[in-house]
Write a protein of this length. Sequence first.
Length: 415
Amino acid sequence: MIDRRTALRWGGGAALGVAGLGLARAIDQGVIPILPRPGLDAWGDWNNGRHNGPLALVAAGVLASSPHNTQPWQFAVGRLGVDIFEVPVRALGAMDPFGRERLAGLGAAIHNMALASTAIGRSAHVRLLPDAGNPLHVARVVLGPEGERMAPHPLVAAIGHRHVDRGGYAGGAIAPAKVAALAATAGSPLVRIALFDAASARGRRFADLTIDATAAIAADADMMAASHSWFRHERRDQDRLKDGLGIATSGVSPFIAAAGAMLPDQPASEGPYWLASTRETALPTASLFGLILVADPWDRRSALLAGMAWQRLHLTATRAGLAAQPLNQLPEMIDRERQLRRPPRFARAADGLLDDVAWRPTFALRTGNPMAPARASPRRPVSEVIGAPARLDWDVEQARAETAAQDAALARRGK
Ligand SMILES: Cc1cc2nc3c(=O)[nH]c(=O)nc-3n(C[C@H](O)[C@H](O)[C@H](O)COP(=O)(O)O)c2cc1C
């Protein structure tokens, strides 16, 4: 028989063991933040000006928004600029069956890079889809001459502080000048921006449709599996992969985030949590809803331009002290119905949000007054996104052209 003293000793040992395991888990999961966070270094790299020349463009590009933080990009850096390539395997599957959102993420990166050229004092010329023979080559950013002394664009300062805010917002109106600045971010005649008060009839329709679309996604096992494949529950995965979504940026309070991080991953709770937070937090606390509209959402150039517009809008919001979050459940369900050749219930319902049904929604969002600063999400740094498939033959072509021009000049002088 076990006496009382032995039982107490065993009990105490077990309690210490459990506490020790809890402590180890808390450190491992970043709840006790004593380990470095390599997934967040890319923010410091940009904010501290670690990279010079064309590499600075990549440092800004990697901080762009992308669907589920998939970062579907690869960069080839040359003396005269940077080429950007789509990486189709960094995909969202049934959540983005046509790669429309992937291209929007690439557009966001292109926009950051064009802005970043002014941070190194140079202009930039962007050519979208420059190579008809290689559709994955989505853009070439050509830098203006060295020594131009361009002043930094006013949005440059927001690049390193722009974070999606998935928490509750404080409510209240947004100053008309700020609304006008957001409305002016389309950036191309192929893109339009529609903003409407959350409390307006259109705002209520938007909220109802977004809840419907969220419920439809939550009930779609393939969409939820695709979404979850980019969820990084373990801090080690966040540090190793430096991509995807995590509980810390999901909009829950720091206390809930810490408690959730201590538990094992709960994929089955993702759909119900998402529906509840959309219905109870995201929609009712927003001041404004917005749609980015294009004539053809599945046209690759339009998708890139829409992503550039979203990035411009979010940087403008950040600069104005506003919070913002994409709420793309409606466009995602429009794609899903199109993929499965179902009757276009969500596309038809979206007509009720539009002034002109020829302009289709490709991106939806909310904005408002923040309650607390939004947190940064991980990024793969410059060193992990440059290289193959490099396109350095561009530099070689340019060097050849320059040499030929010099030879011709010499020959003329020699005459
Ligand atoms: C095309 C596209 C669609 C997105 N859709 C959503 C969305 O529906 N809900 C959401 O919370 N965030 C959405 N995002 C934001 C990304 O999840 C976010 O940019 C990414 O996780 C990186 O976080 P950060 O932008 O705060 O750095 C979307 C971003 C892009 C480019």
